[in-house]
Write a protein that binds this ligand. Sequence first.
Ligand code: ZN
Length: 358
Amino acid sequence: MKEVIKKINFKVLSVSFAVFLLIALLCISIFSEDKTDQSLAKKVSVSAMAVSDDYSESSDVKGFTDSKIKLSLKSSINGFTLEYTAVQNSTNYEVYRKTESETEYTLVASTDKTEYLDETVKSGETYVYEVKAVLNQDESHINGVYSNKVEKKFVKFDKNKKMVALTFDDGPDKYTSAILKCLDKYDAHATFFVLGSQVKKFKSDVKNAYSIGCEIGSHTYDHINLTLLSKKGIKKQINKTDDLLEDIIGHGATLVRPPYGYVNSNVKKLVNKPIITWNVDTRDWQTKSEKSTYKNVMKEVSDGDIILMHDIHEPTKNAVLKIIPELKKQGYQIVTVSEMAEYKGITLKNGKVYREFN
Ligand code: ZN
């Protein structure tokens, strides 16, 4: 009997000791979290002060995860539209801009809105933007928080001249960077319908494509026939790719090209973006021939066309390096799908299929 009582006592003791240990651990973890938060706040306040004194020093707000304001940029006929997230207690937002050759940022706008259209940009010039939310001074001396930086080249097109949209599926891949270099050289834009699974491996190409003014569309995550998927499955393919893109360029894909061009009513409803197919098929994936890819484009091209190619094949890359200068020589403006729609006065609608703008 005594032994049983002893045993029970020992059990009670060890259980209460375990509970005590747990509470102690919890306290320590809460306390240390507090400490980290405090030191972080101090760091932000110091960096904000330093940057406000001399704007040529860049803020320590790097990447989207650490940024207090999320800035994204869209190109339009009239210039760049900047959109940024609101900051609580902010009195106004200051838009800073610099060109590639400038070392210091210039204040281009001070506004209480969370959207700004910069119409003073010049064609062929690359700009870097950063937005600061101005806060009232308080004891911690935080007088502003900064957004991520966004770099983009502006190219102005003429709506009265003929235009064509080159589109690339299944990438990015090892040939994408050579295509980007050529596009940039000729002030040309293209639309890349990327696979989420490839985006992971070629992040810098996606960023670079966006920076030179190209458009990033979605070709799903796994290159899957969307019409065979459940509603949940379709959404997953789109959202997973968008999440990856958001981390790299600040927003998800603007357009969707379903693999194989397969679309049904569920796909139209659930992708929630304009659906872009094509009217000129180079069949580059089949021929894997530089000559026939080049010929197929130059033989069929006309104003308002959407041309399908794949930046995962070397012969396609080689053909594109010749197609771009030749199209320019023939007076074509090489634009993104969204630019072509806008310049031709078409408002793209979510869930609607477009195959050309003739
Ligand atoms: Zn494809």
